[in-house]
Structure formats: structure tokens, C-alpha cells
Design a protein around this ligand. Sequence first.
Ligand SMILES: *Cc1c(COP(=O)(O)O)cnc(C)c1O
Length: 234
Amino acid sequence: MSVTANISLIRERIAAAARRAGRSPDDITLMAVSKTHPPESIREAYDAGVRVFGENRVQEFAGKVDALRGLRDCEWHLIGHLQTNKSAKAVELFHSLDSVDSLKLAEKLDAAARKVGRTLPVLIEINVGGETAKSGVAPDSSALEELMIAAPRLESLSFRGLMTLPPWTDDPQDSRRYFRKLRDLRDTMAARKLPGVSLDELSMGMSQDFEVAVEEGSTCVRVGTAIFGERARG
Ligand SMILES: *Cc1c(COP(=O)(O)O)cnc(C)c1O
């Protein structure tokens, strides 16, 4: 199947999942995760109406960005772990950073954004499964509390919500409890009405579990393989 056909099928599946949950399909953004895929594939997704893209690595996207200059009104999001020494480059290349996982990184990004006079939208990545190999802050950790408390002074960052990558499974229903956990965490944090923090966005759901994520309140599904096909292993 072509990228275009894949996207239209995914949109239908998102809409059906939204209706099952009594939600409007318009409240869910389809992000095309284009890591490892060439600019031509990204262009195809753009032509099919996708405007939000996710990339995992600063270096890789830097190599593609020139070929993508002609695409108007796109948002490029960094969704992979970022080393603090690449903060300035990330601020230069990306519209948003969806994988903030430490106060130190948030401080570097804030400084880099201030320097170029822009506001950087960010999501905090939560390690819902408590997996040691994964980045993200633990749900009830002091690291998360520190980030929340620091938000008002990080004036060049705009905290928009939470992102997660649940433990890998081949049964999408296994992801449901992790998606619920992220939503519950968001609800609990939102109820505190912390200054400088808005938590409307829940970035959750990938190729194999995005419908479950939509049923559980996702506002952005990050879909790679189901749009572009399998990634080459490397
Ligand atoms: C690669 C990746 C995705 C997309 O995964 P697919 O299974 O290919 O849809 C989504 N989110 C993150 C953080 C990723 O690294």
C-alpha cells in the first residue's frame, strides 16, 4: 500500500476509535513519525494532508531539513531522547520538543529558546512502565515534581502536556492500562492548577496501539510503520 492509502486508512481508524469513545476525531492529531525515512516519503505524507511530523534524532533530521524547506505550515517535533549539548540545535530545527525528561534538559532548552527569542512548546515524557532502558521521568518522582515547580521560571518553554511510550507488546490491549495511567497522572496534575503548566496534550499511541490510545484520551498519535512501512534495522 502507498503512503497516501495508509494515511487515509489510519484516519478512518482514528475517527472510528474516537466515535467509540464519544470524542471528536478533530481533537486527535496524526503525527507521522518519519525517522529513517527519506524526504520523498515525508513529502508524500505531506501531500496526503499530514502537517505534523516526528523525528527521533537531531542529527538525522538536520540531514533532511534542506530537502523539506518547500513544505509550508509543517510542525516538526523531536520525540526522541535529547542530549543537553544538542539543545541549541534542537531549538533551531524543531517546532516542539515532546520528550523532555529532566530539569537539566528543560533549563538548557529554555536558555537556547530565550537566546533566539522564541517560545518552545514542550511535553514531558513519562516512563509509565518504569523500564530502566527507557528515558522519561517516573510518574511519582521528585524529578517530575522539580520540572513542574520550575515551569513558571522557564519562561521560554510552554509546557503543554505529557508523552509516553509504554512497554513493548504485541497485544495493543496491554497498552491500555499505561495509557490510562498517563491520563490519570495528567488529570491529577492538572487539578493542582500549577502556574505555567497547561496539560491539554496527551501524546500516546503508535502504529500498533493508536486506536486504544484514542479510546483512552490521546490527543496526538505518533505513527511511523503503519504509514511508511517497516524501518530498516540498523
Ligand atoms: C519510532 C517511534 C514512534 C513510531 O513507532 P511505530 O511503531 O513505527 O509507529 C512513535 N513514538 C516514538 C517516540 C518513536 O520513537
